[in-house]
Write a protein that binds this ligand. Structure first.
Ligand SMILES: C[S@@+](CC[C@H](N)C(=O)[O-])C[C@H]1O[C@@H](n2cnc3c(N)ncnc32)[C@H](O)[C@@H]1O
Length: 300
């Protein structure tokens, strides 16, 4: 895969916190409605982490660590609700420039001081082991590093799954990668992502997880909560269920966990063209006004 080298531009968001724009992926790292708010609500709130942190221990897997906001929101929550909780956290990230830029530009200054200290250590050494927390940031392609996490027998109570969108970063939304990530989820654990894409939801199901919609900040569409056990999940709407029957449901695939983004996109397009599933245009006609393009179920 080609390593990102493009500019990372600073962008303010509506809650006053800053995010970055990636020239390589052509996307912002967070919702423009609020980067800190997204970490607190879409990730920490949706997984009910404040309740899970009342236990003596909490294991977190942060896939696509980025600026570290999801990790920061999790650590800040634990510190608030149960400082005695022992946190074990593993994070995966390809581009070391991102967390370092977040620190150098002062973007993490809004988190509590102890959380900032942990983020600083992670960005510089990839490791922050201190009383109450053992955190490791594994650099490299998540498709390889997840295999190391699996080999450790890591079973996360909470997984934050936050890659760039499927069309821009299909390599991180494939059935094969999601299967590896799901293998690191504790049977009672919860995985959350901002994406509602039908291809992603199908991949989560193929990985043996049940799915439900979940409120995602600043997005017109809910995100997705996935668990081994369907108990407690909200049901998908009729509109979402019908979308699962269309060609948008053809998932991304990467059997060797090493294909290029372009190759993954192309093989999905070929599979869609040959598919017996209902054309997605029929679903759009039934559910969407004619001006609605780029629907999140297709896109995100
Ligand atoms: C949407 S951002 C994540 C934002 C992050 N969760 C935060 O709170 O700041 C996506 C991240 O995925 C990383 N990424 C892209 N391709 C990757 C890969 N193959 N393996 C691991 N990380 C990758 C990018 O460098 C970027 O930091």
């Amino acid at each position: 895969m080609s390593f990102p080298t493009g500019a990372l531009a600073l962008e303010p968001t509506a809650d006053g916190s800053m995010t970055l724009f990636s020239e390589d992926f052509g996307e912002w790292f967070h919702s423009r409605d609020g980067a800190y708010t997204e970490a607190k609500t879409t990730y920490v709130g949706a997984t009910d982490l404040a309740r899970l942190a009342l236990a003596p221990t909490l294991s977190v897997l942060d896939v696509c660590y980025g600026l570290g906001y999801n990790t920061a929101a999790a650590l800040a929550t634990v510190a608030q609700v149960n400082p005695a909780c022992q946190v074990r956290l593993i994070a995966l990230e390809l581009d070391a420039r991102v967390p370092r830029q977040a620190i150098n530009a002062g973007l993490i200054d809004g988190w509590p001081a102890t959380v900032q200290a942990c983020l600083r250590e992670l960005a510089t050494t990839g490791r922050s082991h201190r009383p109450g927390i053992a955190a490791d940031l594994l650099w490299g392609d998540a498709r390889q590093r997840i295999q190391d996490v699996e080999a450790l027998g890591f079973q996360a109570d909470v997984i934050f799954f936050d890659p760039f969108s499927p069309p821009r970063c299909p390599e991180l939304w494939t059935v094969e990668l999601i299967e590896r990530v799901a293998a690191c989820l504790h049977p009672q654990g919860r995985l959350v992502t901002y994406s509602a894409a039908t291809a992603v939801r199908v991949a989560l199901r193929l990985a043996g997880l049940s799915i439900g919609p979940v409120n995602a900040v600043g997005r017109r569409w809910p995100g997705t909560l996935a668990q081994v056990n369907p108990e407690g999940l909200m049901p998908l709407s009729q509109q979402e269920q019908e979308h699962l029957l269309t060609r948008a449901a053809v998932p991304y695939r990467d059997p060797t966990l090493s294909a290029s983004a372009e190759a993954i996109r192309q093989s999905r397009q070929q599979e869609q063209a040959a598919s017996d599933l209902i054309p997605t245009s029929r679903w759009r006609k039934r559910w969407l006004p004619p001006y609605e393009k780029n629907h999140p179920l297709d896109r995100l």
